[in-house]
Design a protein around this ligand. Structure first.
Ligand code: C2E
Ligand code: MG
Ligand code: MG
Ligand code: MG
Length: 285
């Protein structure tokens, strides 16, 4: 029905707006085609223990292999949300994640796989029913699944959605708060949701190796995270100095280009084979 509204407005308000609406409609039909033609793919970025260097998990990140070139989530996720297509894309992601977890489990791996969930997907408690069903159908252990939700989203979801998340967690899945430090931080409300890990936003760590103040803030935030019984994860770590600083101030899990870029599954598995050596080499003993 959004489309019908859009068409009406084109006639009413003229060319300038028509451009925008046409652009949106184009993106929407491109996204639909991407779903139908199988142009989406997941890449996997490792997460390592700051203490031991062991690979403890990976984050699944969406890529659009558009015929004109690779498109990143920031270029299309928002449009997908606005058009509601994120629901179907999210279902595709869910299927892939369930099958990936199944493969990793069969291979004897114990690494968790994190999946990003956007606000629009949380409008539907059915999303979580779908996720549980996908795991069951794929015979994939929920213990290897981690849900990544932003703090704003975690604080604003309905009781129904909270129950659905709690049920998944009851199955063994874990919950991580993504981009922590960018939304309204309300620790009291955040407690509504049982959380296992908190991912510091990159803005909290970007100059951590250079600025004592940034280090002090990050250290305090990590202490707070530990205080509520969670693990602290740092993402977007780009230099060995950042990694080392984060390790010293007690961050538990590290993720970022300094460890490895997001990779297609076969590269990720290859990387896993070499990782222990690599990660140890990059860090002074
Ligand atoms: P996010 O969940 O915060 O993901 C982390 C982003 O940081 C990823 O961008 C990742 O590639 C990037 N990154 C990793 N290491 C570094 C680094 O060292 N430096 C810098 N500057 N960046 C680094 P990406 O893949 O472009 O994803 C962007 C956002 O799109 C994600 O942010 C997430 O919110 C959303 N997204 C990605 N995949 C999905 C998905 O399957 N479903 C939904 N709903 N959202 C997704
Ligand atoms: Mg994430
Ligand atoms: Mg993040
Ligand atoms: Mg982010």
């Amino acid at each position: 029905h959004a489309k019908a509204h859009g068409r009406g407005r084109v006639e009413l308000f003229g060319d300038r707006l028509a451009g925008t609406i046409a652009g949106r409609a184009q993106m929407e039909s491109d996204l639909r085609e991407a779903l139908d033609q199988g142009q989406f793919a997941l890449v996997f970025q490792p997460q390592v223990s700051a203490r031991t260097g062991a690979v403890v998990g990976a984050e699944a990140l969406l890529r659009w292999l558009h015929p004109d070139g690779l498109r990143m989530p920031l270029e299309f996720i928002q449009r997908a949300e606005e058009s509601g297509l994120i629901v179907e894309i999210g279902e595709w992601v869910t299927q892939q994640v369930a099958q990936t977890i199944r493969r990793w489990h069969v291979a004897g791996m114990t690494q968790r796989l994190g999946v990003n969930i956007s606000a629009r997907q949380l409008d539907h408690a059915t999303f979580f029913l779908g996720l549980r069903k996908a795991l069951r159908d794929a015979d994939a252990p929920a213990a290897l699944l981690e849900l990544e939700l932003t703090e704003t989203l975690a604080m604003n979801c309905s009781d129904e959605v909270l129950d659905a998340i709690a049920a998944l967690r009851g199955d063994g899945a874990s919950v991580a708060i993504d981009d922590f430090g960018t939304g309204y931080s309300n620790m009291a409300r955040l407690q509504r949701l049982p959380v296992d890990r908190i991912k510091l936003d990159r803005t909290l760590i970007v100059d951590i190796a250079e600025r004592a103040e940034t280090r002090a803030i990050a250290q305090a935030v990590i202490a707070l995270i530990h205080g509520i019984g969670c693990e602290a994860v740092a993402e977007a770590i780009e230099t060995p100095d950042q990694a080392e600083t984060l390790r010293i101030i007690g961050c538990d899990i590290l993720q970022g280009y300094a460890i490895a870029e997001p990779m297609p599954e076969d590269h990720f598995l290859e990387w896993m084979g070499r990782s222990e050596e690599q990660v140890t080499l990059r860090r002074p003993a």
